[in-house]
Design a protein around this ligand. Structure first.
Ligand SMILES: CC(C)(COP(=O)(O)OP(=O)(O)OC[C@H]1O[C@@H](n2cnc3c(N)ncnc32)[C@H](O)[C@@H]1OP(=O)(O)O)[C@@H](O)C(=O)NCCC(=O)NCCS
Length: 168
């Protein structure tokens, strides 16, 4: 059975390893390797904030991936998501379930009005996932970040609750 649970302190090394793996890191806007201290500071700064949901995605208690949902404006109830599958489980169909369950968690449990995501141009799997889920492209930011000394563009995607409900 697939489920989400809150990320715990004992997950820190595992999640940091996932995040620093080349197959995952290459899709992030910052390419620096996250240090243990930086990772711990990020976790303890955010883990108890009501606006931040740091979650581990599991199948039968086997950790498969990470999800964060962050609400920057409480009244608007819109959440920015970020997610990844553990490097050893990439490309095995778990990502599709992770995103489906993430949207259920956001729209049903958190009562979100909108979920939004930023995708680096060229991350074709993520672009495809957003389109298949019914997200609309809301923005295209040119030369928004630098990856390996090259300027890169970013897509902004958004999905409203009504669109998600009609898409089921
Ligand atoms: C995006 C991500 C979560 C998808 O998870 P996954 O388990 O690898 O993907 P799945 O196996 O569920 O496949 C999802 C779709 O992508 C396709 N896909 C998966 N791996 C692929 C690959 N290497 N090349 C091309 N397509 C691929 C699958 O065929 C599937 O498409 P389909 O529905 O048409 O069959 C995962 O690749 C990941 O963690 N990527 C790095 C971090 C990232 O980009 N996060 C999103 C930031 S916005």
């Amino acid at each position: 059975m697939y489920r989400y649970r809150n990320m715990r302190a004992e997950d820190l090394p595992m999640v940091r390893n996932w995040r620093n793996a080349p197959q995952i890191k290459k899709y992030f806007f910052s390419q620096n390797k996250i240090s243990t201290i930086e990772h711990e500071e990020w976790f303890y700064r955010n883990c108890n904030k009501p606006s931040h949901h740091l979650m581990v995605f599991e199948q039968d208690e086997m950790p498969l991936g990470f999800l964060q949902l962050i609400c920057y404006q409480q009244e608007a109830k819109n959440y920015e998501w970020g997610f990844y599958i553990a490097p050893t489980y990439l490309g095995q169909g778990h990502g599709k379930t992770l995103v489906k369950k993430a949207l259920e968690f956001a729209f049903i449990t958190l009562e979100a009005e909108k979920v939004k995501g930023k995708v680096l141009e060229g991350n074709s799997i993520s672009e495809k996932i957003h389109k298949v889920l019914g997200f609309k492209q809301e923005g295209y930011l040119r030369n928004e970040c630098v990856i390996n000394q090259q300027l890169k563009n970013i897509f902004y995607y958004g999905l409203l609750k009504s669109e998600w409900a009609n898409h089921q």
